[in-house]
Design a protein around this ligand. Structure first.
Ligand SMILES: *[C@@H]1O[C@H](CO)[C@@H](O)[C@H](O)[C@H]1NC(C)=O
Ligand SMILES: *[C@@H]1O[C@H](CO)[C@@H](O)[C@H](O)[C@H]1NC(C)=O
Ligand SMILES: *[C@@H]1O[C@H](CO)[C@@H](O)[C@H](O)[C@H]1NC(C)=O
Ligand SMILES: *[C@@H]1O[C@H](CO)[C@@H](O)[C@H](O)[C@H]1NC(C)=O
Length: 226
């Protein structure tokens, strides 16, 4: 009985060594989901353009889960799922990379965003958000959506890497099967018409201010003459 277990263990180990660990390219389907990740999108706030933009959006009843590249931020938290043995993870995992990934709806007809099980060929997650040493406790960070992120629907995935830089585990904000829950939209810089509105709204506010200024100066002139 014992030898049987041992043999099975050795076979599994060899299989692992041959196929995934050193076979050149880790298969996504072979990774355990031991990380917990969450992402909460937030609209930026603070200056003229974002204030006006938020006002305009509220006015138009737009969905609040649409983020603007270069303006809005995402708060991320990640860590080890506490139901897994922390000791093994602590030994194996060296760093964690959190990535922004295309949802299936934004991959249709786009080979350059295709999901491939061989992670060295996978194009699902193209944007690195966070790259930090692994820590078993929850870590969190804020990320401003970078200006080069194109308009699409996304989710967030985190990979844990070993010291050789190979993927060892993952965690993601969406469901494993259809990847349809918990998605959010990002609106890229190009193809954003509203920001033009915003720019012009800011500009009009400025012109209005100068108009009042002129008006006031005229009035002053008149009253001085009197
Ligand atoms: C995965 O892709 C890499 C890069 O193309 C390749 O070298 C490797 O052999 C592939 N692995 C498997 C198991 O197909
Ligand atoms: C205001 O907007 C600019 C450009 O979009 C941005 O770089 C800056 O960080 C914003 N400031 C604040 C306080 O949000
Ligand atoms: C942690 O892992 C367990 C077992 O796989 C799973 O049932 C649970 O949903 C996970 N927790 C989270 C927050 O993902
Ligand atoms: C992790 O969290 C636990 C409980 O919250 C705490 O006692 C421990 O010091 C933390 N460890 C690290 C490395 O932050």
């Amino acid at each position: 009985m014992e030898t049987c277990f041992l043999t099975t263990f050795v076979i599994i180990l060899l299989f692992c060594l041959a196929e995934t660990c050193y076979g050149g390219g880790v298969m996504f389907s072979s990774l355990p989901q031991t990380l917990v990740v969450s992402a909460s999108p937030q609209q930026g706030q603070g200056n003229c353009s974002t204030l006006l933009y938020t006002a305009e959006k509220t006015h138009k009843h737009e969905e609040s889960s649409v983020l603007n590249a270069g303006e809005d931020t995402i708060t991320l938290t990640w860590g080890l799922n506490q139901s897994f043995t922390a000791d093994m993870a602590d030994q194996l995992y060296k760093n964690v990379i959190v990535k922004l990934c295309y949802a299936p709806i934004s991959q249709v007809d786009r080979a350059w965003r295709k999901t491939v099980d061989n992670l060295s060929k996978d194009k699902t997650c193209q944007f690195t958000i966070v790259n930090k040493p692994y820590q078993r406790n929850q870590s969190s960070d804020q990320w401003m959506v970078e200006k080069d992120v194109p308009t699409a629907t996304y989710f967030v995935r985190a990979y844990a890497y070993n010291s050789a830089g190979e993927e060892m585990a993952y965690g993601q904000t969406t469901d494993d099967g259809k990847k349809s829950s918990n998605l959010f939209e990002i609106r890229g810089i190009t193809g954003r018409h509203l920001s033009l509105h915003v720019a012009s709204a800011c500009f009009s506010a400025f012109s209005l201010a100068s108009l009042f200024g002129l008006f006031w100066m005229e009035r002053r002139k008149v009253s001085v003459k009197k």
